[in-house]
Design a protein around this ligand. Structure first.
Ligand SMILES: [Fe+2]
Length: 356
């Protein structure tokens, strides 16, 4: 008798029950097929897959996980206890268990596992807790990705980034020093403006990253003076109007020199704007208010304070007190950023800041 395939019609038409049974059997066949495909997928996945009891005994694992952990076969890994043998450091297991039980799952949990031969591998884990009807954890299941190589690559990348950062800073300093050779009277001007700009930015509550970019801009802010005859830069005595106009070229010139350097922030633009004033009375473009970048506004304050407090070929140093009065006046006149001025005043008057 074979009613399943419907070919046996000797016993007459199928009853409703028989039809239902046949439908169910067909559904079971489909599910079995799906389960088989799913299991094949899991077993052949390049990512490690496991199921363990809550205390860590391995109930199911795929080939990738066995290989990752240095076992010859999946069977060898079964019945091992991940909690006791898997984690390189016990605290990883504790943290994993705490997290997975509290949230019901972990996503991208990174830790270190110990392989069969004792070597350590770094892994990333996605896992969930499967609970029974009473809410009691029955097992954990999840995936494991070996990220040891990625970790090594990341460390190497970080180191080369640090190296590039060092080289970059040295290059900036060297460029700045090169300017000092042409213009010894303003030697260290940029270094001092850089230190003050950085300190003002931090005092205003900006991030270290923001302050560092500003420091770089400050280290190079007068690089455009390379276009100006050295005699003019170091000549004692007041400058004539046309000489002053010539000096003003340095803001645009600095921008022109650096505009094609791919800094990750618009440093060339900050430099171009460092002589702009909020009321539009600055140069080279007479920008106003918010059209002037915040970095350039801070740079302007630091530049004026440093220039005022230092000796120049055509005048003696005025000193810090007078420099602070000057920026205060310019702040009140609407030329300088009031917050940058206030931060600078606090640095010198309350926090004991000194120019290097
Ligand atoms: Fe300048």
């Amino acid at each position: 008798m074979n009613r399943i395939d419907g070919s046996d019609s000797l016993k007459g038409p199928m009853t409703a029950d028989e039809r239902r049974i046949r439908e169910l059997e067909a559904e079971i066949e489909i599910l079995r097929d799906k389960a088989y495909n799913f299991e094949t997928l899991i077993m052949s996945s390049p990512i490690g897959v496991y199921r363990t009891t809550p205390d860590g005994t391995v109930l199911m694992a795929n080939r990738a996980l066995a290989e990752m952990m240095g076992y010859d076969t999946v069977e060898e890994l079964l019945k091992k206890n991940i909690a006791e043998q898997g984690y390189a450091v016990d605290s990883y297991r504790t943290l994993f268990k705490e997290t997975v039980e509290r949230l019901g799952r972990v996503s991208g949990f990174e830790s270190a596992w110990r392989r069969k031969d004792g070597s350590v591998m770094f892994i990333r884990e996605y896992a969930r807790v499967v609970k029974d009807d009473s809410g009691r954890p029955v097992y954990y299941e999840g995936t494991i990705e070996n990220i040891t190589d990625r970790n090594k690559t990341e460390m190497l990348l970080k180191e080369s980034l640090r190296q590039i950062g060092r080289t970059f800073n040295e290059l900036v300093e060297t460029l700045s020093e090169a300017m000092n050779i042409r213009d010894p009277y303003t030697a260290d001007h940029e270094k001092r403006v850089a230190a003050l700009s950085h300190a003002i930015a931090i005092e205003m509550g900006h991030s270290e990253g923001f302050a560092n970019i500003l420091r770089t801009a400050a280290m190079l802010h007068d690089i455009g003076k390379i276009y100006i005859p050295a005699e003019l830069l170091s000549r004692p005595g007041a400058l004539r109007k046309e000489e002053m106009e010539l000096i003003k070229v340095h803001a645009d010139a600095g921008w022109d020199i650096l505009k094609n350097v791919s800094f990750d922030q618009p440093i060339a633009e900050m430099i171009r704007q460092h002589h702009e004033k909020l009321d539009g009375s600055g140069y080279p473009r007479g920008l106003k208010g918010n059209d002037i970048m915040l970095e350039a506004r801070i740079l302007a304050v630091a530049d004026i304070v440093e220039a005022f407090s230092s000796h120049r070929p055509y005048r003696p140093a005025f000193g810090i007190a007078q420099a602070l009065d000057e920026i205060d006046r310019m702040g009140r006149e609407g030329k300088l950023d009031r917050q940058a001025v206030a931060a600078c005043q606090r640095l010198f008057r309350q926090k004991g800041f000194e120019l290097p």
